[in-house]
Design a binder for this molecule. Sequence first.
Ligand SMILES: Cc1cc2nc3c(=O)[nH]c(=O)nc-3n(C[C@H](O)[C@H](O)[C@H](O)COP(=O)(O)OP(=O)(O)OC[C@H]3O[C@@H](n4cnc5c(N)ncnc54)[C@H](O)[C@@H]3O)c2cc1C
Length: 413
Amino acid sequence: MRRIGIIGAGQAGLYLGISLLAAGYDVTVFSEHTPESILAAKLMSTQILFPDVLQLERNLGLNFWDDDCPSCERTYNEVCDTEGNLALVISNILEKPWQGVDQRLKISTWMQEFRRRGGELVIQKMTLLDLDECVHNYDLLVVSVGKGSLSNLFERDEEKSHHDKPKRHLGTGIYTGLKGDKIDFHTLRAINIFGVGEILVVPFYNKDRTPAYIVSAGAYPGGVMDRFLGVQSGQELAEITKKTIQELTPWNYEIVENMELTDEKDWLCGAITPTVRHAIANLPSGATVMGIADTVILHDPIAGQGGNNAIKMAHLVTQRIVEHGKLPFDELWMQSVFAEFWEYAQYANAFADSMLTPSPHLQDILGAMAQNPEIARDFLQGYNHPPSLHPWFFDPEAAKKYLERKNKQKVAL
Ligand SMILES: Cc1cc2nc3c(=O)[nH]c(=O)nc-3n(C[C@H](O)[C@H](O)[C@H](O)COP(=O)(O)OP(=O)(O)OC[C@H]3O[C@@H](n4cnc5c(N)ncnc54)[C@H](O)[C@@H]3O)c2cc1C
């Protein structure tokens, strides 16, 4: 039986481990934390997953929360000019629901499930030396440590990395006590203030198995909303978030006025520099390891692509491992698997980049979305499958042609 080692028990590492167990492999996952300590830890992410990825999780029987997790079925998007004046409202029904489950609940449950299905779970914070010692025990060693420091083993790909500093400063928390006529557990509410930032209110299933809301803000560095770095407590974040909403979009204040954090640990602030790295790293002994997910393609959360990418990449890697049979997992193989994934991931990156630095034609697309629900549907499908946004979302000329075509079709109907 072929042996696969995986460093990092996160979204990608556990999905990869569990799917390889299902395919009959001998799998070891190294995790720096126990399931219990992950569940008790501070908020790590507030990820929302889209339909294709939710289906991949269901196919492996990892969808333990489908019956209880709020099912996000609609979007309600306010677009404001740089002064905060409401310019557009775009509301739409999603073709298939989106879902957000707290990663602390998910990862701690998946770790136990991995063990239950026959995987070996080793609790150890791995170092470079540890990797070099254990690499020879496996046919393939995969590194899925997310933003962990071992990701620095993988050299930054200058051609594919378009940022050298964060484009947003983030503040996000999990809350209850929101109210208002457009607040419910089936609606994702987004506020985009051009050149200032984005605010999201998203239904979520928290680590204590209770429906709640994510309220998150992404601020342009140096702009009027840039208040989140340096926050010291959840209480402070809640106050700053409320004040920001009151000042910038006062008509939304009643929604958050009485909101409260679900737990003092349910918040995080920070900033991410989106980075693409080379997928292969050489250890001091000369052995090679392969990086996947955030370790090699790190996103700002604006377009919700990181966790979705993590599962899609782990799924592809599983398929290619199985197809490779008994052949060695050499650098050529690693490179070809990454190149194949990049065929897809380049569009996820382009999507996130377009949201981080909107070009003028995006305003035309948003304006058209407010008038024509079909355009809004095409845009929302882009979250699930970013290649579907090519070329019309990325290129001004293609956008013009696409909008003309869609609007003609609308008139013809
Ligand atoms: C605020 C925020 C909002 C987000 N929103 C979304 C969203 O809406 N949609 C979306 O798709 N994505 C979103 N993301 C991104 C998403 O959470 C990540 O892309 C995803 O978790 C990446 O999975 P991963 O397996 O690569 O890394 P992780 O899930 O981070 O897992 C890495 C694991 O490796 C472990 N580890 C690290 N170093 C070591 C070591 N040396 N030894 C052993 N173990 C180690 C870590 O403890 C961790 O458990 C968001 C992220 C943030 C921060």
